[in-house]
Design a protein around this ligand. Structure first.
Ligand code: ADP
Ligand code: MG
Length: 911
């Protein structure tokens, strides 16, 4: 008798059914919750990789997932039955098949024997008659559509060798197009959907065998490393060949090449393809349209520079990945190594597949630990099961009752996989590089436009000035001529009339009587003279009027000149405004570039840490390099190789510009700028340039004035790095650096700030010439004040500072440059030294042990050493210290000091 219906997915029967079945099967489009034999376990708690909760889920590729949190989506599982082959037709003719399919009910009955069977429910049941087209539409198409929308997707085939995994996924169908498998059809759909101008499709094709990843596109490359992004946890294979795909033909060619290499590689390794896993990884990169064009139209209209940075948002790119996995055969292989493999090799061959089974069991059972790291396959498929991808699995089975055992285990694998819940997430990010390119073009355009306008204004000003000058000169000249000629004319007339009058007067004088007699008109002549005089007067007046008129004209032209001059001033002002806008724009570009620089620094550091493989997940890696640099002053490899992007950007932005951003009004910009300066200061090659450009003064200024502890912390770190150099140590002291560092320490809340400050002071402590000043300005007190926080990193820096100081002091005493007790003892360092001389952290202990030996070498300190109990510590060091050089130093110190010797005798310490 058949028992109840089994269903791995439980209540999720309706989930995405419409998508899963595509357009072909109306019956399965209907969303019908099915009664199930076993309730689905509720997800949500436990498992590190399980973040989903069950419940209603959107159809595959349907509603937009929030890119932040993701949307729950169960792994979809279809079962496919291979038709009987010739052997089976001959050999099993008398037997029925081991399974019976009920595709319309999405059920499969597994015969146990003639009278008993077990029923299982799947998302899709594909009979021996199902076409390749239908299999693609049901199993892979929803995943492909999802990938095109920006989500990761996985299609995987699982089953015994010979049941049709490669047939389902990898058939090229060149002789019969209806036989095309999932890989070929998926690429057809992808290429039909993308826009070649803005989107790219690339792929890698790999084989995994005996925990070695081989490149099927470059078989020499046969042990590719998996690299994990420490921040996102995403895995990638940077060593694999990546080929860009532009058309279907080149894709099929590549599959063929890959297949040929697979056969060749397996022959070389003495195995069959059925023992290895094949993985096709297709990367789809799409630019999201819409926002770019909109922004361009906003900024293009008035072309005002100040609006550019605000309105040009970075374009968005979606980078999704389709992984198609043709797994190794699931049958148990002979552990005895009958295929020519040793037992160890046999274990290794099976490792990935059994690890995959364990992970799926753990995810299906909501186990708190999923052993993802147990094999390379599970690491590569981390996102496919319990991750953010949309995953579809096809389990393939054969009909023969001879393989009932393998068929049963395949079905059980599919059932468990149906319980795995993923959280699909949109793979979307900002494309800062293309924004920067766009801004550069925009800036060039603006500069050109600005220069064109400036030239136009200059020409215009020159033309108007010349024209005005000309007119004024002309008017003045005309005026002068007219005035002169009028003057001459009236002068002449005046002279003429005077002459006439004189003559008349003469005649009149000579013979007045005769004349009177002759003319008989003496009184008339007088009247004539009077008339002439009158005329003279009128003429003079009109000449004066005319002269005034000309003067007015000159005045008018002068006024005109003033108006033109005002116009020129106005144009100049406009030019100034343009210039200042240009400057602002350049500043904004510099800010963006510095942000980009910061991003590149982060990326660089991440890359480096990946190269180192430390996976430490640093939050601000450049910052950490400040201290690592102190420990390791070897020049980095980078400085010899080709110029890294940081240095290139640094040159582009310019040190002065970056330093000027330290005083920016924008707090964000200040933080970025100080981080960039700190990163640069970590490179010895940059230190001198930074100090020369006034960077040290600016950093000290930030300690004095910044309200933001992050800025003070990063600035202190940068100063610590600069303080490794003697010249810089003098400069820091001269600019009141010790007081500023002490102030920063007393305001700090974050132990990392204290670590930076202590590191800086510790470096200063190692300078012989600065001892007295450093102590006088409270350097030692500041160091001792920081031990309150108790953080081991801070204590290590304090201990280093004290050791440096003690060593310098000891040198000074030896060279007779110093007499009297140690300044460290005067400042009360001894109790802390005694308390921490046996600190469990090795770096702290070592520094303190050294400091103690240095102090004890001088008789003046002996009394305090005895009274504070440091003698016991010295004895301990001389006996137990693991470092032989320190042990010997302590021993020599004890045996050469008369005071300590006599105290030891008094205390009966055997030596
Ligand atoms: P696997 O990759 O699981 O080892 P293959 O895909 O190589 O299996 O299939 C084994 C044989 O069965 C091949 O000859 C293949 O052509 C044939 N075969 C598999 N599935 C089907 C099917 N659905 N219809 C017809 N022939 C099939
Ligand atoms: Mg195969």
């Amino acid at each position: 008798m058949a028992s109840g219906v089994r269903n791995g997915g439980g209540g999720g029967g309706g989930v995405g059914a419409g998508r899963m079945s595509g357009k072909l099967d109306r019956q399965s489009v209907t969303v019908t919750p099915k009664s199930t034999g076993k309730p689905r376990p509720s997800a949500g708690s436990g498992g590190a990789y399980r973040r989903a909760s069950s419940g209603s889920l959107p159809a595959a590729g349907g509603g937009r997932a929030s890119s932040e949190s993701g949307v729950s989506s169960r792994v979809r599982v279809a079962v496919r039955l291979r038709p009987r082959n010739a052997d089976e037709l001959a050999a099993d003719a008398d037997f029925g098949d081991s399974v019976e399919l009920q595709p319309e009910l999405k059920r499969l009955k597994l015969r146990k024997n003639n009278w008993e069977s077990e029923t299982y429910e799947f998302d899709e049941v594909l009979t021996e008659f199902s076409s390749q087209k239908r299999v693609y539409e049901v199993v892979a198409k929803p995943v492909v559509e999802s990938v095109l929308e920006g989500y990761n997707g996985t299609v995987m085939a699982y089953g015994q060798t010979g049941t049709g995994k490669t047939f389902t996924l990898g058939r090229l169908g060149e002789e019969d197009t209806a036989a095309r498998g999932i890989m070929v059809r998926a690429m057809e759909d992808i290429l039909a959907d993308i826009t070649p101008e803005t989107d790219t499709v690339s792929l890698s094709y790999l084989q995994l065998y005996m925990e070695m990843i081989q490149d099927l596109l470059d078989p020499v490359n046969d042990n590719i490393a998996i690299v994990e992004d420490p921040r996102t946890g995403d895995v990638s294979l940077p060593g694999a060949t990546v080929v860009e795909i532009r058309d279907q033909k080149s894709f099929v060619d590549i599959l063929r090449v890959g297949e040929a290499h697979r056969v060749a590689a397996n022959t070389k390794l003495n195995t069959e393809s059925s023992r290895s896993h094949a993985l096709l990884m297709v990367n789809v990169r799409r630019t999201v349209k819409g926002r770019h064009e909109m922004d361009a139209s906003i900024s293009g209209e008035n072309g005002h520079s100040s609006s550019i940075v605000g309105s040009l948002r970075p374009p968005i790119v979606r980078k999704s990945k389709l992984v198609v996995v043709d797994l190794a055969g699931s049958e148990r292989i002979d552990k005895s190594g009958s295929e020519g493999h040793t037992l160890e090799e046999a274990k290794s061959i099976n490792l990935s597949l059994s690890a995959l089974g364990k992970c799926i069991n753990a995810l299906a059972e909501n186990s708190p630990h999923v052993p993802v790291r147990d094999s390379k396959l599970t690491r590569l498929l981390k996102d496919s099961f319990g991750g953010t991808a949309r995953t579809s699995l096809v389990v393939t089975i054969g009909p023969s009752p001879r393989h009932r055992g393998e068929t049963t285990s395949t079905i059980m694998f599919g059932q468990r996989a149906m319980k795995v819940e993923n959280m699909v997430k949109l793979k979307e990010e900002f494309d800062y590089k293309s924004l920067c390119r766009r801004l550069d073009i925009e800036l060039d355009k603006l500069i050109a436009e600005n220069e064109r306008q400036k030239k136009y204004f200059d020409d215009e000003v020159e033309r108007i000035t010349a024209e005005t000058q000309c007119r004024v000169t002309e008017a003045e000249r005309e005026c002068k001529i007219a005035l002169e000629s009028e003057k001459a004319k009236y002068h002449q007339e005046y002279l003429d009339s005077i002459k006439i009058l004189e003559e008349k007067w003469k005649i009149h004088q000579q013979s007045p009587k005769k004349q009177i007699k002759e003319t008989g008109s003496s009184p008339n002549e007088v009247g004539e003279v009077q008339n002439l005089l009158q005329n003279e007067k009128i003429l003079r007046q009109s000449a004066e009027y005319e002269a005034n008129d000309l003067k007015n004209q000159v005045l008018h032209w002068k006024k005109m000149e003033a108006v033109v001059t005002a116009e020129v001033v106005k144009l100049r002002k406009m030019l100034d405004t343009e210039a200042s806008q240009k400057e602002k724009l350049e500043e904004e570009i510099a800010v963006l570039k510095s942000q980009l620089l910061q991003l590149s620094l982060d990326a660089d550091e991440t890359r480096r840490s990946l190269d180192r493989g430390d996976g430490s997940g640093k939050i601000f890696p450049g910052f950490d390099s400040l201290m690592s640099h102190t420990r390791n002053s070897e020049p980095r490899e980078q400085s010899n190789g080709p110029k890294p992007p940081i240095a290139k950007l640094f040159e582009q932005v310019g040190l002065q510009k970056i330093l000027s951003l330290l005083e920016s009004e924008e707090p964000d910009v200040r933080v970025h700028a100080v981080k960039v300066v700190a990163n640069l200061a970590a490179e010895e090659a940059n230190q001198e340039k930074i100090v020369e450009a006034g960077g040290l003064t600016s950093l000290l200024m930030l300690l004095r004035s910044s309200e933001d502890e992050t800025i003070r912390r990063v600035a202190a770190g940068a100063i610590a790095n600069l303080a490794m150099n003697e010249t810089n140590q003098d400069l820091i002291m001269a600019q009141g650096g010790v007081a500023l560092l002490s102030m920063t320490a007393s305001d700090a809340e974050d132990p990392q700030t204290l670590r930076m400050v202590a590191g800086a002071i510790a470096n200063l402590c190692g300078n012989d010439k600065l001892q007295i000043r450093l102590r006088g300005e409270g350097g030692i007190k500041a160091l001792l004040g920081m031990v309150k926080c108790g953080h081991p990193d801070v204590l290590a820096q304090v201990a280093r500072g004290i050791a440096n100081f003690a060593k310098c002091e000891s040198r000074a005493v030896t060279q007779r440059n110093k007499v009297g007790k140690s300044l460290l003892i005067d400042d009360g360092a001894l109790p802390w030294i005694v308390k921490n001389a046996n600190n469990e952290a090795a770096p702290i202990r070592r520094h303190i042990e050294l400091a103690l030996c240095h102090l004890a070498q001088h008789e003046v300190n002996s009394k305090d050493i005895i009274s504070e109990g440091a003698l016991w510590e010295l004895v301990r060091i001389s006996r137990d210290c693991s470092r032989e050089d320190i042990r010997m130093l302590a021993y020599r110190t004890l045996t050469s000091s008369p005071t300590l010797q006599s105290e030891m005798r008094r205390l009966r310490i055997e030596y």
